[in-house]
Write a protein that binds this ligand. Structure first.
Ligand SMILES: [Zn+2]
Length: 202
């Protein structure tokens, strides 16, 4: 991971695009270069795939943010605590045995029907998250974005609204089914929503 990090920081540079092929060609001696690159995300690095950045092609990645200097002698990976088996089980149980991002249920058949959904407990900068294999790769950058967005939203709320937010957040009372549907609708073209609604109202 140290060597992959150093190469990305010094040869690729923040903001630049690289390919998995380049990564593998640079470290032909390491079979797990891809995985070591993904591990960097646990140390404040943000590397987007075309899932996060639609302008990228499927084989391209963008080094959005260089995180901890993992190659530095002063870097201690132990500052990022490993999740203990007990905490892992508690986190998966708290998440209702499903992926916190797409809702995929542990043990259900995956979308391509080729395997069963497995859940991973991912250590992120301010806690842990439960994600399926599909979602796990993008979790760190997704959480960074969400954290920044939430920070902005909270700043715009008054004291009364903040207290209301606090009471619902503490009770994990996030969204009613209607509110969740409205949030999804707000991201879609008005016409598409109208057509769906008409079909359901018939
Ligand atoms: Zn998922």
């Amino acid at each position: 991971m140290a060597q992959v990090g150093k190469w990305l920081a010094e040869t690729i540079g923040e903001g630049a695009v690289f390919t998995k092929h380049e990564l593998r060609a640079t470290f032909p001696q390491y079979e797990q270069a891809d995985r070591r690159m993904r591990d960097l995300r646990n140390h404040g690095w943000r590397i987007d795939t075309n899932r996060e950045d639609a302008s990228l092609r499927s084989n391209e990645l963008r080094l959005v943010k260089i995180g901890s200097a993992v190659w530095s002698p002063s870097f201690h990976p132990s500052t990022m605590p490993r999740v203990s088996p007990k905490d892992r089980l508690a986190a998966i149980s708290d998440a209702g045995f499903q992926c916190q991002f797409c809702g995929a249920q542990l043990g259900a058949a995956s979308a391509d029907d080729a395997s069963l959904i497995r859940l991973r407990v991912v250590s992120v900068s301010r806690g842990i998250a439960v994600a399926c294999q599909q979602c796990a790769g993008g979790v760190a950058s997704f959480l960074d974005r969400s954290l920044a967005q939430l920070e902005g939203k909270l700043k715009s709320l008054g004291p009364e609204e903040l207290r209301y937010f606090e009471s619902r957040a503490q009770a994990k009372d996030y969204q009613s089914p209607v509110e969740a549907a409205l949030v999804l609708a707000s991201r879609l073209p008005v016409q598409a929503v109208k057509e769906l609604l008409e079909a359901d109202l018939e």
